[in-house]
Each structure stands twice: as C-alpha cells, then as structure tokens.
Design a protein around this ligand. Structure first.
Ligand code: CP3
Length: 365
C-alpha cells in the first residue's frame, strides 16, 4: 500500500463509530452530480462510464464538491456507479440518460453467460486507482467513502435491464426461481465483498452499501432475499480485512424504503451506520435502533427546491429530532439527505443547507 496523507477531519469516522460529536458531520448522496455546473461542463465532453473508468476524471469530479464547499463538507465519495459490478460480471451497461442493459438476464440459464470468479483487480482496478489518486489529492482534508450496490438492487437492474416501476421481471425470478435467485444474489454478493475490500486497500476510509430498491420488497421477502446477502457482505469484508491485516473501516447500509427492518438491521446486520430515507421520523428511528448503530440522513432532497426558509426550518427540525438532549449535541448522527440530490438544485442553496447543519447541530456548551 502506498503512504497516504493523514486525515485532518475525522468527524465522519467518529460519528460512524458511534461517538457523540461536537456537531453532525455532513455530506450528501450524489454530491458530485448534475446540479454542479463544473460537473456538467466536464460531463459535456465525456461519456458517463468513460469518466468512471478514467481515474484522473473520476478524481477530478470527486473533488469538485470538496473544493466548492471546503470547510463545510465532511466527506468525499468516490465518483463511480453501482452498475460497475454488473459490468465486471460481463454485462453491457449504457447510460442514456438512465441505465440500460442491451442484453439483460431473462431466464436462469442466462446466468451462465456471466463471468464466473470475477477478478476485481482486473475488471475494477480503475476504481481502485481513482480511490488512491483521490486520497492523495484530498491531502487529508476529509475522509473518502467507497461504495457498492447491494445484491438485490443490482439483481433487479440485471434482470429488468434498467429502472422499473413494478419490478415484475426481477420479482418473477424471486417467486418462480427462488433457488436460482438466491444463488445469483450470493454470486453478486461475493463480487461486492472483493470489490469493497479492494477499495479499502486502495484507500477508502468508510464503505457504503446502497440497497436502493429494498423498499420494493415485503418485509418477509427482504428478510429472505436481501438481508442474508447484506450480512454476507459485512461479514465477508470484515473477515477478509482481518485476514490480510488491514485495519477495519466503518460500514454504512442505506436500504432505502426498508424502515420496517431498522430494528433487525441494527441488531445484527454487521453495519455500523444505517442510512434513513425521509419517510421515517428521526426520533422514531433513534428509538428503534436504540443506540446500537449510528444513523445517517434524512432530509427529503426536494426540500432543496423550497428556498432558504424551507431548508432552514427542515434542517432545524431534523437536528432537533436527532439531538440526544444532553447539551444539545448529536450522538452518532451523520447529516445527509434521504436520497441523492437531483439536477436543478441551486448549488448556493446546498451551501445554505450545509451552513444550517453546522449551526443547528452544534452542541451548546
Ligand atoms: C440506483 C443507483 C445508481 N447509481 C447509484 C445508485 C444508488 C443510489 C441511489 O439510489 O440513487 C449510486 C451512485 N451513482 C453515482 C454515485 C457517485 C457518488 C456520489 O456523488 O454520490 C453513486 C454513489 C454517480 C451518478 N450516477 C448517475 C449520475 C448522473 C448521470 C449523468 O451524469 O448523466 C451520477 C452523477 C447515473 C445513474 N446511475 C444509476 C441511475 C438510476 C442513474 C440515472 C438516474 C440518476 O441520475 O439518478 C444507478
């Protein structure tokens, strides 16, 4: 491993480990994205996956929000996409403008077309290079988050061939071919484990798993088809890091829409932080997880379209909901949105959001 600059702002890592912090660390999902003019300018000249595969470009985009919001933002997240795993498994994925798979998995026999035993160094080494380069260029200003998609969410894309409103095809697999589905889900989870371990080796300081479609499953089916693969990932990553004498990093799970499973996820899923969407009151989430994990979230991203007053009052209320009442500080909370930021938000309103988090989450000594 190359020598990387030491971290100068560890607020995110302390909160992720469950510590009370002087104020909430803050970052936003999709913080390097289309709402930023500097992103759109670079994106105008390059294909989406070309940027992902070119470490210099991925590094540059990762750093854009860090530069713009220097001193206000407490984490960077490597610029990439959850769909690089299906690509590593041998599938073609286009982005036009949403993701689309020209040749999705139609029947279980199609799984044979996938690359077995994926060599992540070979297929995804470009992400590792981007991570190391970003760590060097960050000069320790904020920690760098690595990530991957959760098996159920990736399975859904690989079978639907893109986004979906009904998930009919993916669910046909679950209910018609449950054994084959479980096998494919674990096959994906194994790639996730190696990919996440490789990201830590390259310099990622926290890992986040995105189960964006968790809320499409019933609680029963989430427990049957998604949760075992999420556990497989947390356990597998920790074991592989331990075996290779690599220090552990905190792990976050964002299972969007799976608020029904919060209690169980907090108990024993192996994640240190649970991400929340905006459909649950923070105070309810706090009671449910009962101090067993840190929480991340959860303002509705659309509040950012509502102007400064709306943003301030939503942040103020959210901070109060997450506060533990001792001296107004926050315990184990990472401020974020409840999902990714969308195009069209004014970057200056995002600055205001960060400023409000700093103001209202600070402990009053
Ligand atoms: C489901 C999912 C995807 N990708 C991702 C998820 C999980 C999180 C979530 O639920 O939103 C995760 C993701 N995608 C991207 C990141 C980069 C890091 C970050 O800034 O958060 C991360 C963490 C960049 C991106 N990924 C994508 C863009 C925009 C594409 C563009 O530049 O044209 C960015 C900045 C494209 C993408 N990628 C995906 C979709 C559905 C789309 C198109 C629609 C959309 O933009 O929201 C798949």
């Amino acid at each position: 491993m190359v020598e990387l600059p030491p971290l100068r702002n560890d607020l995110l890592l302390r909160a992720a480990r469950g510590e009370k912090t002087e104020r909430a660390p803050v970052w936003i999902m999709r913080q390097a994205g289309r709402y930023l003019p500097e992103f759109r300018a670079l994106r105008a000249n390059h294909e989406f996956f070309e940027i992902c595969r070119t470490p210099e470009l991925a590094t540059e985009i990762t750093l854009q929000p860090i530069r713009r919001y220097s001193g206000l933002i407490d984490a960077s997240i490597i610029f990439s996409d959850i769909l690089v795993i299906p690509q590593a498994m041998g599938m073609e994925v286009l982005m036009n403008p949403g993701p689309s798979f020209p040749d999705p998995l139609n029947i279980p026999a199609d799984v044979a077309k996938l690359r077995q035993n994926v060599d992540v160094e070979k297929e995804l080494g470009y992400v590792f290079k981007a991570i190391t380069q970003t760590r060097i260029e960050l000069k320790g200003e904020v920690p760098l988050i690595g990530f991957c998609g959760a098996p159920w969410t990736l399975f859904a894309y690989m079978i639907e061939g893109g986004g979906s409103k009904t998930f009919t095809k993916a669910k046909t697999w679950l209910f018609k071919y449950p054994k084959e589905s479980e096998a494919l889900l674990i096959q994906i989870a194994d790639v996730c484990v190696d990919f996440l371990v490789g990201q830590v080796k390259a310099g990622a300081q926290l890992l986040q798993v995105f189960d964006s479609w968790a809320g499409e499953l019933s609680p029963h089916d989430f427990a049957l088809f998604s949760l075992p693969t999420l556990r497989h990932i947390s356990k597998g990553v920790r074991e592989k890091l331990a075996n290779q004498n690599i220090p552990q990093v905190p792990m976050t799970l964002f299972a969007k829409g799976a608020n029904y499973a919060l209690g169980e996820l907090a108990q024993d899923s192996g994640y240190d932080v649970l991400g929340l969407d905006w459909c649950i009151e923070p105070s309810v989430a706090r009671r449910t997880v009962n101090g067993k994990v840190a929480l991340q979230g959860n303002m509705d991203p659309n509040v950012l379209y509502g102007g400064r007053e709306a943003i301030e009052s939503a942040v103020k209320r959210m901070c109060k909901e997450f506060q533990d009442g001792i001296n107004g500080g926050v315990s184990a909370w990472i401020a974020n949105l409840g999902h990714g930021i969308t195009p069209g938000v004014d970057p200056e309103d995002v600055r205001w959001y960060f400023e409000c988090i700093h103001k209202y989450s600070a402990s009053k000594q």
